[in-house]
Design a protein. Structure first.
Length: 544
């Protein structure tokens, strides 16, 4: 699972497999008692970018997935410690409880009885089968279809049983199939089976789910209003309403906090952390999770089709300096596409070290001669390209400007292009269609180390997240072997090889693993951040 990240290129992307637990931590928490302008029963939550859709099959932005988790249900979901817990399923299938067969190829889910859609119709196993059919339909823009390519077939022997037959043992299966909040939420067959154009169906603007909240209003670019589903199977939510404000500017979100106009928000500007420590009536939380900021080279486009150019540009970047300047102590340097807190991480991963003279020399070897204007050229073509990034992000802006300077020092003429995330990530967006040079991205990745959706050759375009257009038979083979066994001890050596391969081929350059920065009102009880999929995972327990 991958999701395009919030705050700048969120998830992604965006559940674990027989999950490697990746527990969030709350560090540096600070609380000062004070008066707040709390509205009884109403939670005011802010997000940094608008949405394209609330149809969970075609939604790929992290905030889309997060809000969809409040409206819909999956068979399983993640809690705030990134552990799988039941959702529509009565239990999480395992080898121990018989939900996973001994050969690892069959998964059986038993559904809760009495679950109703928001329109009062009953949910059955037919809805699960219908959801699967839409995800794998080649005419449907399902960005996270990668996990479902491992499924051979789905059967529904009765209205409350779903049997998934895998093509082979697949370690991430339990966490990535039908996991709520990451393109695994179940959609209603009775409302969508006759849709004339699923990708543009009005359902995406007026969703009907089985989750704890229901959509009552969506003011595009401004606000989303959710209210309780009184018939929610886990019990009616205790709050009266959730108002989700769409606020792209970090300074505006800070102003709203100061004015007591928000109860919970994820802040995308680390420079504000010190000030937020002093904000009366709020608690500051730093939560560790697998969110990565990275560069994606378009390897199908000149000059990035030459690995020497990619390596030289990677060597020209002082990642530690970039990290210190942009993230101000709220991130660790990334040298791999697998985080250092994962069981699969390998420190000796062949990541290129910062070496500007070495980068300049490598470019000379590749035929890029330095001209009198300070820029390099090869066969009459200048070394010039554009970094595309999400608009409105303080972090992205800082990183892009620093990289522009670093690459100019190596002889590249670099410009910066800033666009809204939902434009960059739409099915016709620059990153999805490959109309870019270098993308500055941020993704929320799965706690499981499988990265097939990001670097698999079959997941280029709207049905995946391989924006680099990286094609490697060796990477595909090692990835397939790594997910075909369930033992972490057996999987680890394969991920060691993959990390070294990716750092040699360099379709991407990992930059930083950053903490999620939350500011939460002291009046809001039960809010336990879960930034991988959705903070709404337990919204029915919130009180204010």
């Amino acid at each position: 699972m991958t999701k395009t990240a919030v705050a700048f290129s969120l998830s992604a992307l965006a559940c674990a497999a027989l999950v490697a637990s990746c527990s969030p931590v709350s560090t540096g928490s600070h609380f000062i008692q004070g008066n707040t302008a709390t509205i009884h029963g109403v939670v005011r939550y802010a997000i940094s970018n608008d949405l394209n859709t609330l149809n969970p099959v075609i939604g790929g932005l992290a905030y889309e997935n997060a809000i969809e988790e409040a409206i819909f249900s999956g068979l399983v979901k993640l809690d705030d410690h990134e552990r799988l817990i039941p959702d529509l399923a009565t239990q999480v299938p395992t080898l121990a409880n018989g939900g996973v067969s001994a050969d690892g190829r069959t998964i059986t889910y038993h559904l809760r009885h009495g679950v109703l859609w928001h329109d009062g119709q009953p949910l059955t196993s037919a809805d699960v089968a219908f959801t699967f059919a839409k995800i794998i339909d080649p005419t449907v823009n399902a960005p996270d279809s990668a996990p479902y390519t491992h499924v051979q077939r789905i059967s529904t022997p009765d209205p409350y049983t779903v049997v998934v037959k895998l093509k082979g043992p697949w370690a991430p299966a339990i966490g990535q199939l039908f996991c709520n909040g990451e393109n695994g939420s179940i959609i209603p067959k009775h409302l969508l089976e006759h849709s004339a154009d699923f990708n543009r169906d009005a359902f995406g603007l007026h969703p009907i789910g089985t989750g704890p909240l229901r959509l009552v209003q969506w003011e595009r670019g401004s606000r989303i209003i959710l209210k309780p589903n009184a018939r929610y199977f886990a019990g009616a939510p205790q709050i009266k309403e959730v108002d989700i404000f769409i606020v792209p500017d970090a300074n505006t979100r800070l102003t709203m906090l100061t004015a007591r106009e928000l109860d919970a928000v994820q802040i995308g500007n680390p420079n504000q952390v010190e000030r937020l420590h002093q904000l009366p009536g709020y608690e500051l939380k730093l939560v560790q999770y697998p969110a990565i900021t990275f560069l994606a080279f378009n390897v199908s486009r000149f000059p990035f089709d030459d690995v020497r150019v990619r390596e030289a540009l990677a060597m020209a970047l002082d990642r530690q300096h970039l990290n210190d300047t942009a993230f101000v102590g709220t991130a660790v340097v990334a040298d791999s596409f697998i985080p250092p807190f994962s069981w699969a991480y390998e420190r000796d991963n062949d990541a290129p070290a910062y070496d500007l003279p070495g980068a300049q020399h490598l470019l000379e070897q590749a035929g890029w001669a330095l001209g009198p204007d300070g820029f390099r050229s090869h066969s009459g073509r200048k070394l010039e390209f554009t970094i595309s990034m999400q608009s409105g992000s303080v972090i992205a802006s800082s990183l892009a400007q620093q990289m522009q300077q670093a690459w100019r020092a190596a002889g590249a003429n670099v410009s910066i292009q800033s666009l809204p995330l939902n434009v960059l990530r739409s099915p016709t967006g620059l990153w999805v269609t490959g109309h870019f040079d270098v993308a500055l991205e941020r993704l929320v990745l799965d706690p499981d180390p499988d990265r097939s959706a990001n670097l698999g050759s079959q997941f280029i375009g709207a049905r995946g997240f391989n924006n680099s257009r990286y094609i490697s038979a060796q990477s595909d083979l090692l990835t397939a072997r790594a997910v075909a066994v369930y033992s972490e001890a057996q999987r680890k050596p394969l991920y060691v090889q993959l990390q070294r391969l990716w750092n040699r081929d360099l379709p991407i350059v990992p930059l930083a693993w950053d903490d999620a920065i939350y500011v939460v009102s002291s009046d809001l009880r039960g809010f336990r951040p879960e930034p991988v999929n959705s903070d709404f995972w337990n919204v029915e327990r919130w009180q204010i």
